[in-house]
Design a protein around this ligand. Structure first.
Ligand code: BGC
Ligand code: ZN
Length: 365
């Protein structure tokens, strides 16, 4: 079968290759599930993997099949698979458990291991191929009503984890009634976070660079959010206009904004950081004032990465409710589709050049 792969660490090594089609019997105890891949989404992590900045090949191979945002249909199941059936639409989780206690109890997203295994990113082949095989434990069924947008479930799972963690942390308050949230960044993650927070009844201000009106501001407006260009207004000014933010979700990929966000976070508020920033930037910050605000305001900042199965399941619920409330909105995030694995050359071009892209994805079949 065909697959799109890179040589880890080698920039511009993206290529199409012929690999063996996986079979269900490669999974022990008759628990294999063969999935025919329909769509694969791409994000900033893929961009870094393709640029050779991130990612390792599985032991024994010199290449890594990319792709961690999958959507597919079950084509064959092993004799001991009861959870799924042929024809089910599915999305696979990304990380596979390591050794820590959290890995052992299904919370592999909270692993304390040094090295983690992630399909399409680190040490495990990804989904940018005609087929993949995995265990039912890591495969989540998607209702047919969400099949057009199912490829958004992996990014949705990431924001679900961040928001769930924020609410979980805020149980320290006994009563927490957040009214206002800020979402920093209006890429796929920022927009999905905006959606999820709007559905929880919060006023949401979403910040991005480009001036409105544009695709991102239209998408924010459509779900009753309030879009701000950081060229027009700073975070501090917006928080003066609207009031402080009880929850801030950072998803810009630009780390310096984190310290500005710390300053405008409301008392008792929570700041969620989700940008994986591989660079080496340093900046000067008003350390005393940020520290004082955190201490006197009982504030929290929390980092979040990856998502376990539970968050994929809540992602489905939020996406379904979103379809019900703002029908068609999710599909507007799927802006740039690439036809077939053979057109893999388009991936780099769209990831780097399509400035108005929200989600770039490959229609595999
Ligand atoms: C993926 C996560 C992964 C993270 C770090 C993100 O793009 O969505 O599943 O844990 O990259 O590798
Ligand atoms: Zn606003």
């Amino acid at each position: 079968m065909k697959a799109v792969a890179i040589y880890p660490g080698v920039p511009d090594s993206l290529h199409l290759r012929e690999v063996a089609k996986p079979t269900v019997d490669t999974v022990a105890n008759g628990r294999g599930v063969l999935v025919k891949v329909l769509k694969v989404g791409l994000d900033g992590t893929d961009k870094e993997v393709i640029a050779g900045l991130y990612g390792k090949a599985p032991p024994g191979d010199d290449y890594l099949i990319i792709g961690h945002e999958s959507f597919g249909v079950v084509e064959e199941i092993g004799p001991n698979v009861t959870e799924l059936k042929v024809g089910d639409f599915v999305v696979a989780t990304v990380r596979r458990p390591g050794q820590s206690i959290y890995d052992l109890i299904g919370m592999y997203d909270m692993s304390t291991d040094e090295e983690y295994h992630e399909r399409g990113i680190n040490l495990l082949h990804g989904f940018m191929a005609e087929y993949y095989v995995d265990e039912p434990e890591y495969i989540v069924r998607v209702p047919p009503g969400l099949k057009e947008v199912g490829v958004l479930l992996e990014p949705a799972s990431v924001i679900e984890k961040g928001i769930t963690q924020a609410y979980e942390i805020q149980r320290r308050m006994r009563v927490w009634r957040p009214r206002r949230a800020a979402v920093l960044g209006a890429g796929t993650i920022g927009l999905l976070a905006t959606m999820s927070l709007r559905m929880r009844g919060l006023e949401v201000c979403t910040f991005a660079r480009s001036k409105p009106p544009n695709r991102k501001s239209d998408l924010v407006d459509a779900i009753g959010g309030c879009y701000h260009s950081t060229q027009d207004i700073t975070l501090a000014e917006a928080s003066e206009d609207h009031g402080n933010f009880d929850l801030i979700f950072e998803a810009t990929g630009y780390a310096p904004i984190v310290f500005e966000a710390m300053n405008v976070l409301a008392k008792d508020g929570v700041l969620v950081l989700s940008s994986v920033t591989g660079g080496g930037r340093t900046i000067e910050v008003p350390a005393d004032s940020i520290n004082l605000g955190f201490v006197l305001g009982n504030k929290v900042v929390v980092g979040t990465v990856n998502a376990n199965r539970e968050y994929f399941e809540t992602g489905i619920k939020d996406m379904a409710q979103c379809e019900f409330q703002w029908s068609g909105w999710l599909s507007r995030l799927l802006t740039h589709g690439i036809d077939g694995l053979e057109s893999y050359g388009e991936i780099v071009r769209l990831l780097t050049e399509a400035r108005d892209a929200i989600k770039v994805f490959v229609k595999v079949a």
